[in-house]
Write a protein that binds this ligand. Structure first.
Ligand code: PLP
Length: 243
């Protein structure tokens, strides 16, 4: 197991944590008989300073996830000023309709789409911004948690079908936050369900559904065993967040 830092780390400490994380991911892949190249690490950078995010990018990270659109914009602007290495950024938090345009200006994918209304708005903005298509993932409420965003599993096929008719939106995968539980089997069940839902969508002809964004610091090994292609990691790399 990867021991997590007990305090918020300094930028100089980030590269070492990324090395440890990579070893941990590699081990989880090998235990699951999966190729290391099939799993990407997406750094969840909410509340992290640009200096820390820059340190991570300089250490080889190339995929970031933001929850809060204001932070996304400020962080991406600061990184551009600092001539940060090229990277891709996803939105991993719920997006309010009035923040959508800004989200799409600074991020290349929204992982948290869970309604046709939101997807339609993305379609309109994508067209206005001149994108052929804009990448989204559908967030699934895989553990039936009343407090979680995300579409219910049984409503997913119809939502995907409706979104597929939008010209400028492309569904590239599913995202889920696993069950909040200390029972590993319960967590694994929520991830396995999400993987099956993605397989089902591919069988229904949604051929771009390739990504499974699932797993965080506490449950990444379980997620990788259940087929995750993107693990979203904050604490293991940056330490606990100072909010
Ligand atoms: C913050 C966050 C993460 C990362 O959580 P850690 O436990 O710090 O690794 C992953 N996914 C989402 C949606 C988050 O908001």
């Amino acid at each position: 197991m990867l021991n997590n830092p007990d305090r918020s780390l300094n930028p100089e400490e980030v590269p070492g944590r990324i090395s440890l994380l990579n070893e941990h991911v590699e081990e989880a892949c090998s235990k699951a008989y999966r190729a290391r190249g099939d799993v990407q690490v997406e750094l969840a950078v909410k509340y992290q300073t640009p200096a820390k995010v820059l340190a991570a990018l300089n250490a080889g990270s190339h995929l970031l996830g933001h929850n809060i659109i204001q932070q996304l914009e400020a962080s991406e602007k600061a990184l551009a000023e600092l001539s940060a290495p090229a990277h891709r950024t996803h939105v991993i938090g719920h997006v309010q309709r009035n923040k959508l345009r800004r989200a799409m200006e600074y991020a290349q994918c929204i992982e948290t789409v869970d309604s046709i209304e939101l997807a339609k708005k993305i379609d309109v903005i994508a067209q206005q911004m001149g994108f052929a298509t804009y990448d989204v993932m559908l967030q699934v409420n895989s553990s039936d948690a009343p407090t979680q965003f995300g579409i219910a599993p049984k409503e997913l096929p119809a939502l995907a079908e409706n979104i597929a008719s939008l010209e400028h939106v492309r569904i590239i995968g599913l995202m889920t936050i696993g069950a909040h539980s200390t029972d590993e089997r319960e967590i694994a069940r929520s991830f396995a369900l999400t993987r099956r839902l993605a397989e089902d969508l591919r069988e229904r002809g949604h051929q771009h559904v390739r990504e499974l964004s699932m797993g965080m610091t506490g449950d990444m090994a379980i997620a990788i065993a259940e087929g995750s292609t993107i693990v979203r990691i904050g604490t293991a790399v940056f330490g606990p967040r100072e909010v």
